[in-house]
Design a protein around this ligand. Structure first.
Ligand SMILES: [Zn+2]
Ligand SMILES: [Zn+2]
Length: 377
């Protein structure tokens, strides 16, 4: 079948589906040409499923399918550090899973067994068209992979039986997933979300995931792993997205700030963002300066939770009157008296049995006490 110097071109052609990854195209191509063993099929082409699937041998597939290599190129993941470009979308590499193959049985049954690239993304677990869960299992129970001989079943199943389409159950919608799919160019109707709409997709998902982790884990110094969350954080992400749509982050951060308070006496010694534990680092590295609408929502929520106005997330603006008194080695009453005399006590807000002193006012008090001490020398 293989002519010397010339590559075998299988007789049945397949159309290029712009949403279908290369490994799935290969499986479909082998199937329509009547091949059961994908490895054997690739051997006849002069390659392997791995080489074609990872993009290192697209030329062979291009010749065999008569689809230009350039068009195939955009259908394989390209990794750069911790991110990946997949179908023109820059995403975090950890969100992509091509080891197993997840499918929507509804879509598969309908349109010629074409795979959709978003089925490979961990933050998508539902088909937007059929409202059913994606499955990584063949009807026989085996895990589906990209080396199966047919996009509909595993390599052990040789009969022609189609995957059973699960009954359409009444499942809650997934607005966050719909929003992501719309961002990736799918025709999914979504409402505007000012806090996210103007952000690059990867940053928006990182933001929603971070809020989801706060919701799920409460206060923590180190970020809990997404894999430790129920359903890999799918439900928490939907809840976080809902709060961002409602422009109300207080529900998400209230328990986190409570957890912070539990282990620390004063919230004035720190930049407000630090009351959110691990999120402070995340904020500094990824979000600061890039997410203005989210900043506004977070400042608003922190103002409520901390009990003093938060104008900047990462700058300390207030000091505890108690710790200021400790610093200048004077009773709290004496400091209050000094504040009253300088007519700045009105700028200090009572919080519990303490006061939030603006840092500028606190500096003036420090200078005053320092000068007084000098005068006594
Ligand atoms: Zn579907
Ligand atoms: Zn099977």
């Amino acid at each position: 079948m293989r002519v010397r110097g010339e590559q075998w071109v299988p007789p049945v052609r397949v159309a290029n589906d712009p949403a279908e990854p290369v490994p799935a195209l290969l499986v479909r191509f082998a199937h329509v040409n009547g091949w059961i063993g994908l490895r054997h099929f690739c051997k006849l082409l002069g390659s392997t499923p791995e080489k074609i699937g990872n993009g290192s041998d697209l030329a062979t597939l291009a010749t065999a399918t008569r689809i230009p290599a350039g068009e195939l190129q955009s259908k394989i993941p390209v990794f750069t550090g911790k991110s990946v470009s997949y179908f023109g979308h820059r995403l975090s590499a950890e969100w992509l899973d091509t080891r197993q193959r997840r499918i929507c049985p509804g879509c598969m049954a309908e349109d010629g067994r074409n795979h959709r690239f978003w089925w490979d993304l961990k933050f998508i677990d539902r088909c937007p068209d059929h409202g059913i869960a994606l499955t990584s299992r063949c009807a026989c129970g085996n895990v589906l992979t990209y080396t199966d001989a047919d996009n509909l079943k595993c390599s052990s199943c040789t009969d022609e039986g189609l995957l059973d389409e699960p009954a359409k159950v009444d499942v809650p919608p997934r607005p966050f997933q719909a929003w992501c799919l719309a961002k990736m160019g799918c025709a999914v109707p979504v409402d505007p979300v000012p806090a996210l709409d103007n952000l690059p997709l990867m940053l928006a998902i990182q933001l929603v995931t971070a809020v989801a982790t706060l919701l799920d884990g409460g206060f923590s110094r180190t970020r809990p792993a997404l894999s430790a969350m129920k359903d890999g954080g799918i439900h928490a992400a939907e809840r976080a997205f809902e709060l961002l749509v409602q422009e109300d982050l207080q529900i998400a951060i209230e328990p986190v700030v409570e957890g912070f308070r539990h282990g620390r006496a004063s919230v004035f010694e720190i930049a407000p963002i630090e009351a959110l534990g691990w999120f402070a680092d995340e904020y500094a590295f990824k979000f600061a300066g890039n997410v203005p609408d989210f900043d506004r929502l977070l400042r608003h929520a922190l103002t409520h939770c901390l009990g003093f106005p938060v104008a900047a997330l990462d700058r300390r603006e207030h000091l505890s009157l108690r710790s200021l008194a400790r610093e200048v080695r004077a009773p709290m009453e004496a400091v209050i008296l000094a504040l009253e005399e300088s007519e700045t006590f009105g700028q200090c807000r009572p919080v519990g049995d303490d006061y939030a002193v603006p840092t500028s006012v606190a500096t003036a008090i420090r200078v005053q006490w320092f000068n007084a001490r000098l005068a006594h020398l």
